[in-house]
Ligand binder design. Structure first.
Ligand code: SF4
Length: 298
């Protein structure tokens, strides 16, 4: 078998930056709190916890005082910064610059919508850390949509400004944007920038991977897509692979591989999400290479 790793897969700069910050900090102290999983990849979370990274939730944050807490790439709502000041917590802020910029855009669009009696709509997953950081910019007034049923929460006779969680699929965003536009027109509103302002705020680190992954999926007989099950962009990018190659398997690590997936002399491609560490894809590659004669069907 020929086994290769997609050279465009692996950490985006936002995740790489957050992990580097955590590792640098832990070189100076043997314990560092992190608000939520640093990446949606349990293998990497385990590796870092062995170095001293302690994952906490927001409830635990409220009880901590006089310590250091890392904010991961997903960003946080204003409330978190307020608690940190009150509790004398030093924040090691590894929020991705792309997410921070989006938070600012959502905040200023929200101020404008408040003046114009409009609504902020975010295409994303309710409860996702980044989405919580974004709705926090709008006093929790933003409407989060992911499926058609969620559109019922929007008043189409009032102005709408739409953004996307940075890690959603481009296809999904444009489909929902079109549906909102159709519903605004059905409510007898003309489509102008004032009635509907749609902003494709999907991170290019995710959307640029789509055409590259499409090519990679076509070039290989079998695709092993390595990602944490909680990763949003992992789910979105796996769908991109599946659309091109129906033998695209979503795995968290090599223990989930079934040798029956492969035939001799096939090309196997390994790729992953923006939160998938390269060391894990290398580990999967070594495992597949070890599945030699006698194990695979001829
Ligand atoms: S996917 Fe984009 S927005 Fe998200 S952490 Fe990576 S670089 Fe930042």
């Amino acid at each position: 078998m020929q086994v290769s790793i997609d050279k465009n897969s692996g950490y985006c700069f936002g995740v790489e930056f957050a992990i580097k910050m955590a590792e640098d900090e832990m070189e100076q102290s043997d314990k560092l709190y992190c608000l939520g999983d640093i990446v949606h990849n349990s293998m990497e979370v385990t590796r870092l916890s062995e170095k001293g990274l302690v994952v906490i939730d927001h409830e635990q944050l409220s009880e901590l005082h006089d310590c250091k807490v890392l904010i991961r790439a997903h960003g946080e709502p204003p409330e978190t910064y307020k608690i940190a000041i009150e509790n004398n917590i030093e924040l090691i802020d590894a929020s991705c610059p792309v997410v921070l910029k989006l938070q600012h855009r959502v905040k200023s669009a929200f101020d404008k919508m408040e003046r114009e009696e409009g609504q902020i709509v975010i295409y994303g997953k309710k409860g996702h850390a980044e989405v919580i950081g974004l709705t926090g910019q709008t006093l929790e007034k933003a409407i989060v949509v992911m499926e058609d049923a969620d559109l019922e929460k929007i008043d189409f006779s009032r102005p709408v400004t739409l953004f996307s969680q940075t890690t959603k699929s481009t296809k999904g965003f444009y489909e929902i944007s079109q549906k909102i536009e159709d519903r605004i027109q059905a409510a007898k509103q003309e489509i102008t920038r004032e009635t509907f302002n749609t902003n494709d705020s999907i991170c290019r680190q995710v959307s640029n991977r789509e055409p590259q992954l499409q090519r990679f999926s076509q070039e290989n007989d079998v695709i092993l897509f390595v990602s944490g099950k909680k990763s949003s962009n992992g789910k979105a990018l796996h769908q991109v692979c599946l659309a091109q190659n129906e033998r695209s398997y979503f795995i968290e690590n090599e223990t989930e591989i079934d040798p029956d997936w492969f035939q001799k002399d096939e090309k196997v491609g390994i790729c992953g999400a923006t939160s998938t560490p390269m060391w894990l894809m290398e580990q999967v590659k070594s495992y597949v290479e070890s599945l030699e004669e006698g194990v695979l069907s001829v």
